[in-house]
Design a protein around this ligand. Structure first.
Ligand code: ADP
Ligand code: MG
Length: 648
């Protein structure tokens, strides 16, 4: 086998592996669909070319380009990565908080096509469709024929760079920050409501992905010594997507495997198809495209997870019972917890356990709420697991939330019409009303998921009307959703961990600094999540994918996840829908206990028995407006309420 042929294969494998790793991080891990990925590779390649080339007058001006700085190796490659990252910045407006993912993807695709047209047709910029050639290779005198020795060194450097990219991508994605990325991928609106800054997460993904693509382009161009716009047609992005999907999106080895199988493998296989004069010259390349298209469809249909599926992040907890309440001796871990499931196998959990909890609620109510402490080991251990981030004396009567004349219109329809009421600190306030009354819409506006049409939302004395949802969540105003909203491809444990605020590893910087920097924080969060799981009897599901649980269990995951955020005010949208009645009442008791500790809850619920038992006061909505407010007993006295809701 020809030596140069092997070198060629290895360089292409390294370049494509880098690109696929960058794309896999963007698309497979973070869910940012970038149909313009190839732009960044092309830009990196171009940057490396003009940095390495002498001024364009040097070779008799046969090609024209900007730059031509004749920089020594490895500066052109560093420049390639920087340029790839920097040109990603203007695209962040496409993937911001508001634009839906598919729109952003199309926007990037269109940009890729436009840029290719521009480059091809505007000669002074990049020498037009002729592209650039005679790009100097490092490690050899200019003009000399490439020697095998220098080519080998180049190859080894390319492979080392691919390994470095692998290491970097893994460090970022296998961290609490990476978990936030996967949470955003699974459900961005929910991640937003849990305090994740989507714009920042996506910007980092675009910039790091762009830098990796740029670097890979720089390496490639240096190796082949030419740069031509035709080689970077937007459709090349499809090849990379095919590689990532076939290899296994979100799996780092999958990205490498995909790179070897698709871009490199296809090129090689088609090489051996005999060409005959009877066939049209473009037949083989065209068939290649058809084959890639078919492969994508086949995989998306039969094996969407790819050859190497995304790895499940199993988190083992050393001793499950160690974090449970050591004083009462009734560590929930020892109690069969089937009663918490909605499967109807109630009874496994002892009935007296309920009384036990009642006692605890009373005992907890006596003590003042304390600042959260993840490592608490006294009898406040259970309480501290979900204590609100702002310690507040429960039920001093002052409002934690004021809703002032809030309106929301959809087209001409007023879904919420001038709603005004206040939520008392420490209360478990109910919100009822017939279907379509505007309850969910109102909750969405309170949490910032939806902007108000008019009116004001005042939370803890601060006007938060124009504050983004993730910022409200960071202030302790956390919501759940009416529709199932668990992060499906995160385990139950990861769902809970994803909501922990201010964790050291939950930033790009923290992730890059590495496990040693964030391990202690993560351990504390795991211990807390484990305690919450035991409290709600779902500990044995910690390492199940949340998407695989039953409906009732998933509701529970959402409630636990919201509690992990240490909310001061928790907005619950029908948390007990589809939940076994027994379990619903247990959730009610747990919420009552948390309110006694200083948390406040505003809960939408259909079941009036739940309202009767747990909620005071109850706000009634009908046709977008607040109709009445009071205890359930008071509301039953009022004719208009009975008419609007209680009977009909
Ligand atoms: P509830 O939660 O009380 O059942 P919703 O807040 O879901 O009520 O809906 C209130 C009204 O607003 C309904 O008439 C519903 O059709 C309408 N609505 C809700 N969301 C949207 C939307 N995104 N676009 C248009 N109309 C909506
Ligand atoms: Mg609703």
């Amino acid at each position: 086998m020809n030596l140069f042929y092997v070198i060629n294969l290895l360089v292409y494998a390294a370049v494509d592996a880098m690109a696929c790793l960058g794309l896999s991080q963007q698309f497979g891990v973070a869910g940012v669909t970038n149909f313009g990925f190839i732009i960044f590779q092309a830009a990196g390649g171009y940057a490396a070319a003009v940095m390495a080339l002498p001024p364009d007058t040097a070779n008799g001006s046969f090609q024209s380009y900007l730059g031509g700085w004749g920089l020594p190796f490895p500066l052109p490659w560093i420049g390639a990565a920087v340029v790839g990252g920097v040109i990603a910045l203007p695209f962040t407006f496409l993937v911001g908080r508001r634009l839906r993912g598919d729109f952003a993807a199309v926007g990037l695709l269109v940009t890729a096509v436009l840029l290719n047209l521009l480059v091809t047709n505007y000669r002074p910029f990049l020498n037009g469709d002729a592209g650039l050639s005679l790009i100097p290779q490092p490690l050899q005198p200019s003009g000399a024929v490439a020697s095998a020795g220098s080519q080998w060194i180049l190859t080894l450097i390319a492979i080392a760079l691919a390994a470095a990219v692998f290491w970097f991508v893994r460090r970022v994605t296998e961290s609490p920050y990476g978990r936030s990325l996967r949470a955003m991928r699974d459900n961005d609106a929910v991640a937003d409501s849990l305090g994740k800054n989507l714009l920042s997460l996506r910007t980092v993904m675009l910039v790091t992905g762009g830098a990796i693509a740029g670097l890979s382009g720089g390496v490639l161009v240096t190796y082949i010594t030419t740069w031509s716009p035709a080689a970077w047609a937007y459709a090349e992005t499809v090849v990379l997507f095919a590689a990532v999907i076939i290899g296994g999106a979100g799996n780092h080895w999958g990205a490498v495997l995909g790179a070897v199988l698709v871009p490199v493998g296809f090129e090689e296989v088609t090489r051996y198809i005999p060409t005959s004069n009877n066939l049209p010259p473009n037949l083989i390349p065209s068939l290649e495209w058809v084959a890639i298209g078919v492969l994508i469809v086949v995989f998306l249909w039969w094996r969407p997870q790819g050859i190497l599926p995304e790895r499940k992040r199993v988190i083992r907890v050393s001793s499950p019972a160690s974090t449970a309440d050591p004083v009462s001796g009734s560590a929930p871990a020892h109690v069969p917890s089937a009663g918490w499931q909605d499967s109807g196998t109630a009874g496994a959990r002892r009935p007296e356990a309920a009384g036990d909890d009642g006692d605890r609620a009373q005992r907890d109510a006596r003590g003042p709420a304390r600042p959260p402490s993840p490592q608490a080991t006294d009898d406040g251990a259970r309480r501290s697991q979900v204590a609100p981030q702002v310690a507040a004396a429960g039920g001093d009567g002052s409002p934690i939330l004021e809703v002032r004349g809030v309106v929301r219109e959809f087209g001409g329809v007023r879904a919420v019409d001038d709603a005004s009421f206040a939520v008392r600190r420490g209360s478990l306030t109910g919100l009822i009303g017939p279907n379509g009354a505007g309850k969910s819409t109102l909750l969405a506006m309170l949490a910032g998921t939806l902007p108000v049409t008019s009116g004001r939302v005042v939370y803890q004395g601060q006007d938060v009307t124009s504050l983004a949802a993730f910022r409200r969540a960071r202030l302790g105003l956390v919501r759940t959703f009416q529709l199932a909203s668990e992060f499906k491809r995160l385990t139950v444990m990861e769902n809970l961990l994803s909501a922990v605020p201010g964790s050291r590893g939950d930033s790009f910087r923290g992730a890059v600094l590495g496990r040693r920097y964030w391990r202690a924080d993560e351990q504390a969060a795991i211990a807390r999540a484990q305690a919450v799981l035991e409290q709600f009897g779902l500990a044995q599901y910690a390492n199940h994918y949340a998407g695989d649980l039953s409906g009732g269990q998933r509701r529970l995951v959402e409630i636990m996840r919201a509690l992990m955020a240490r909310p001061s005010l928790l907005l619950l949208d029908e948390p007990m829908a589809g939940v076994h009645p027994e379990l619903a009442r247990r959730i009610g008791r747990e919420l009552t206990r948390l309110c006694a500790e200083g948390m406040t809850v505003l809960m939408v619920e259909h079941e009036l028995a739940i309202m009767d038992e747990f909620c005071d006061p109850v706000v009634v909505m009908a046709e977008g407006a607040v109709l009445a407010e009071g205890t359930m007993a008071q509301l039953r006295q009022r004719a208009e309420v009975v008419e609007a809701y209680l009977v009909g």
